[in-house]
Design a protein around this ligand. Structure first.
Ligand code: FES
Ligand SMILES: [Fe+2]
Length: 460
């Protein structure tokens, strides 16, 4: 969407999500009174310094059908109103204690890699990241390097990203226009379907059968715009089964029609689950984000729904008040006033943010280190310079707060747990998505068999 110059709006970073809102929406925050800070001080000392003036009129939310159904938007507004009016609907039945070992025990970490990342389908991106034949992406799932390649028939294949010669990764990062997969080490080459194409000086390997030198294929599935891969699959992946009902809502966004703008990555020194933790609750906003986006959000009433092991939260900004005051129930829309987060177990958050979609993925590297990938997808092709500028600024601002406020705090939290000083953490009733997430993971770890089957390959 090309920014317009009509209503001048301000893009505001939320630690866990970007928002676009009017400058005039700044309101006092209850937390300020406790800290003796005024909203004016917020503006002067913090957030105002990072404002970007972008045009984003109502047309930004007109996504040509690529959005949540209006009936669903209005039902969620009604749910929010009940919550706000005192019906404590979207809270957990009880608080939860989780031992620090859930974050710092290396043995548990190894089990997580197997049970959550190798034995179950894991989201690795959106299909629009590799639309054309020869485009590809790579990932690491439970320590296993994988590559996903778009085929000439527009289907996807996934491989272990290891050359059959001496194990070098055959692909790196993401890219497009592959005509063949060529290993960078000694240039063994493979067709896009993984079949061995050539071995330089082939006579030197004449006693090694060529048909045993194809890339090892693993399970991949694509539906509703999402790509899932499972390194250790025993059967084909059914994304309908994986999403456990969430797919009805995700399908409404038509993610296949989005355009991948950019993905940025950065490594951090904390356990991978802390990335998801910081997205699951708004309780921290008035304090951790008091100098940035706190004045813009209702930090007390997030809508929360679950779908099997997955969950979705709807987080409201204060602009919803005007929608409620000025419009009849059947005229209201939700999306201009919310950040909607779909938590895809085990390691991803798909976020709808006013005029675009984000995918946050965490790659665990060790028990105390992880890689955070942030991808931004636009509803239309980003052709013009102004459009590119718009999305770049969105991504800049999105990361500015998470990387200066949320993730540094996660590093300090991890250090406290690793030292033994923090022996447990508490998830309150008002943090229902947090306790649900950890209960789901604990349940999967507890119910998984102990044996280590190794990586199963789909034979050709
Ligand atoms: S490791 Fe790939 S060609 Fe040698
Ligand atoms: Fe945050």
């Amino acid at each position: 969407m090309v920014p317009c110059i009509r209503p001048v709006t301000t893009v505001v970073l939320k630690p866990c999500f970007t928002v676009i809102m009017s400058q005039t929406e700044i309101e006092p925050d209850a937390g300020d009174a406790l800290r003796g800070e005024s909203p004016a001080e917020h503006k002067r000392e913090g957030w105002a310094q990072t404002e970007f003036q972008l045009g984003s009129g109502n047309e930004s939310t007109n996504l040509g059908g690529k959005t949540m159904k209006l009936e669903r938007q209005r039902a969620l507004i009604e749910k929010y109103l009940k919550f706000r009016n005192g019906e404590w609907t979207d809270v957990a039945d009880s608080s939860m204690r989780n031992p620090a070992s859930a974050y710092v025990d290396p043995h548990r970490f190894e089990r997580e890699m197997k049970v959550l990342f190798r034995d179950r389908p894991v989201p690795v991106g959106l299909g629009c990241e590799c639309k054309e034949p020869g485009s590809y992406l790579t990932a690491q799932l439970g320590g296993v390097p994988i590559a996903v390649v778009r085929q000439p028939d527009l289907g996807l294949r996934a491989f272990l990203n290891v050359c059959r010669h001496r194990g070098a990764p055959v692909l790196s990062g993401s890219g497009a226009s592959l005509r063949a997969i060529v290993c960078p080490y000694h240039a063994w080459s493979y067709k896009l379907d993984g079949t061995l194409l050539g071995r330089p000086q082939d006579w030197g390997f004449a006693d090694i059968a060529r048909d045993g030198c194809n890339l090892s294929q693993i399970a991949v599935a694509e539906r509703y715009g999402l790509i899932y891969v499972q390194p250790d699959a025993v059967s084909r992946i059914s994304i309908d089964q994986v999403l456990e009902g969430m797919q009805t809502e995700i399908a409404e966004y038509d993610l296949e029609k989005y355009t991948h703008f950019e993905t940025r990555t950065r490594q951090w020194n904390f356990n991978w689950k802390l990335v998801i933790d910081t997205f699951t609750e708004n309780y921290h906003i008035p304090s951790l984000h008091r100098r940035t986006i706190a004045p813009y959000y209702d930090d007390r009433h997030s809508i929360w729904d679950t779908y099997g092991l997955h969950q979705r939260t709807v987080n409201f900004r204060r602009s919803i008040d005007a929608e409620l005051n000025d419009k009849l129930a059947n005229e209201r829309t939700l999306l201009p006033h919310t950040t909607i987060e779909y938590f895809l177990l085990p390691n991803a958050v798909l976020t709808h943010q006013l005029d675009h979609v984000e995918l946050w993925r965490v790659t665990p590297l060790s028990v105390d280190r992880c890689l955070v990938s942030t991808s931004l997808y636009a509803p239309e092709a980003t052709v013009t310079e102004s459009a590119k500028n718009h999305w770049k600024k969105n991504l800049d601002m999105l990361l500015q707060v998470t990387e200066s406020e949320d993730f540094p705090m996660m590093e300090r939290i991890h250090a406290g747990m690793a030292s033994g000083a923090a022996k447990e953490v508490i998830y309150g009733r008002i943090e229902p998505a947090l306790s649900f997430y950890h209960k789901a993971i604990n349940q999967l770890l507890a119910s998984a068999p102990d044996s280590e089957p190794g990586i199963r390959r789909i034979e050709r």
